[in-house]
Design a protein around this ligand. Structure first.
Ligand code: ADP
Length: 261
């Protein structure tokens, strides 16, 4: 549709611009961090300039993290889509996800049985999971449940009426839900736009969901979002079933994991 084309063009130009700026910016930040450190080495911790120099260093470091995210967003990575089993990739990503979320958040993985393979680059699946998990974590400052579940679904012409961007066919559904703060209509409207963030300076870049959207579209899928303020959010990602075979021995189960007590 015209809206999708607009979004794709926007992503592309934003990506190119961001990549160039981020690269130059990162070089300058290295100088700032280096010089602040050098100056600090010449004075004692009690010196009146110690604190300001410390703050320069910390701010430069945080800026550098943001530019690195920008670079990752704009990088034209070599993508090698191949038939994969999402359940297996989720199992493999679990350790990373547990490290990302807080102690007061429980991770539930509910893998669908005999999942159809989808054609995707495994690193893109990781990116999708990580970006959604980070958002879920940020939406649950007081703890809650992050659940990831998968299933095979057949979308008929009729069921497509109730979904955005849907085309009838066989899909693997990946649902990432949280019991967090949820979103107002205003936020939902701008959700996938590059640089749209409500997280404040130095915290969010607004590139997480733009990246997720780009990856899903690139692989012929689509996303639906359900959110209720005060109750939580659910991202439903539909990825087309592929006829190719996923590598053997991939029907491993991913168990429920609880961290903390
Ligand atoms: P960022 O995380 O850097 O802000 P994103 O593109 O990942 O950028 O998200 C954009 C915005 O969408 C967030 O700032 C937040 O307001 C909202 N958002 C995304 N995921 C969730 C979620 N699971 N629950 C509540 N709000 C969310």
């Amino acid at each position: 549709t015209e809206e999708q084309l607009r979004q794709a063009l926007k992503m592309e130009s934003v990506g190119r611009l961001a990549g160039g700026v981020a690269h130059d910016f990162n070089n300058m930040l290295t100088v700032i961090m280096g010089q602040a450190q050098l100056a600090q080495m010449k004075i004692a911790p009690g010196h009146p300039l110690w604190q300001p120099l410390e703050q320069i260093g910390t701010a430069a470091q945080r800026s550098s993290q943001i530019t690195r995210q920008l670079l990752a967003f704009s990088r034209k990575e070599i993508i090698e889509p191949r038939p994969v089993d999402l359940n297996q990739l989720i199992t493999e990503a679990q350790k990373t996800l547990l490290r990302l979320i807080e102690e007061n958040i429980t991770l539930h993985c509910l893998p669908g049985a005999d999942l159809w393979p989808v054609k995707m680059d495994p690193s893109q699946v990781d990116q999708v999971l990580v970006n959604l998990a980070v958002n879920a974590r940020d939406a649950m400052p007081n703890g809650g449940v992050l659940s990831i579940h998968t299933d095979n679904v057949h979308l008929s012409q009729k069921s497509c009426q109730y979904l955005h961007d849907a085309v009838p066919g066989d899909y693997v559904q990946l649902v990432v839900s949280d019991t967090g703060v949820g979103m107002e209509a205003e936020v939902l409207e701008h959700l996938f736009e590059p640089f749209y963030t409500t997280k404040g300076v130095g915290k969010g870049t607004g590139l997480g969901l733009a990246t997720v959207y780009g990856i899903v579209r690139q692989n012929g899928g689509f996303i639906n979002v359900y959110s209720e303020v005060g109750h939580g959010t659910s991202f439903k990602i539909f990825l087309p079933r592929t006829s190719g075979d996923a590598p053997a021995g991939t029907q491993r189960r991913c168990a429920d994991v609880r961290i903390g007590s």
